[in-house]
Design a protein around this ligand. Structure first.
Ligand SMILES: [Zn+2]
Length: 109
């Protein structure tokens, strides 16, 4: 397995095995990224990757995951946008007994 040099925000340059680097590419946008756990501080690190870097890592043994944007992005959204007040009211609702029945009653019909 090949070794590559990557950069940890806290430790600087570190060397990692390519099989410890996960490569991800979005099917719809072709935007790539890679992620690894720093071998020194164990922090997770994720970075944007141009196509050349994606190709280099995958051809050197890094596992590739193709992922899709969530289907919700293409759904039509009706009604007013959620506000901070809505979110706070929902938070308070979740602290009450029987909150699920209350929420279910709001979305019926
Ligand atoms: Zn580190």
């Amino acid at each position: 397995m090949a070794t590559v040099r990557a950069s940890c925000p806290d430790c600087g340059d570190v060397e990692i095995s390519t099989d410890d680097v996960q490569v991800r590419v979005c099917v719809e946008t072709s935007v790539g990224s890679y992620a690894f756990r720093c071998p020194v501080c164990r922090a997770p690190v994720a970075k944007h990757a141009e196509a050349g870097i994606v190709h280099l890592l995958v051809s050197s043994g890094s596992p590739l995951t193709m992922w899709r944007l969530p289907a919700e992005l293409s759904e039509a959204h009706r009604g007013p946008a959620l506000t901070h007040d809505d979110l706070l009211a929902f938070h308070h609702l979740l602290e009450t007994d029987g909150w699920f029945a209350g929420v279910a009653a709001m979305v019926k019909g």
